[in-house]
Design a protein around this ligand. Structure first.
Ligand SMILES: [Zn+2]
Length: 102
């Protein structure tokens, strides 16, 4: 036997970009956003701190571009090796053509 009762459950109806403040939701589609997150632990300077920054598509790729430029500068004078940074590889891209997030 099921015992049913109605409860109020909070649901996320939109996610606003933490940088520019725009909505990441378009009518009829779920929110599309990126998340920059960290939970620092023992041994780090920020032990016990947890960060979560929601980014719209534009701010996500702007942030990614900035990090890519920083990576390029950091490795500007590295010697060639098997683990060398490949400047033509899309920075951070781990998969493409996955339209269903599975
Ligand atoms: Zn934004």
């Amino acid at each position: 036997m099921k015992i049913v009762e109605t409860q109020n459950v909070p649901i996320t109806t939109d996610v606003l970009c933490d940088v520019c403040g725009t909505s990441t939701t378009k009518p009829g589609t779920p929110a599309q956003f990126g998340v920059l997150s960290a939970h620092w632990g023992y041994g780090s300077q920020h032990d016990g701190e947890r960060y979560e920054v929601h980014l719209c598509e534009g701010c996500f790729f702007s942030t990614l571009s900035g990090l890519g430029r920083q990576r390029m500068v950091e490795h500007l004078f590295d010697e060639e090796s098997d683990q060398a940074i490949k400047p033509d590889a899309p920075f951070g891209l781990v998969e493409h053509d996955n339209y269903f997030k599975d």
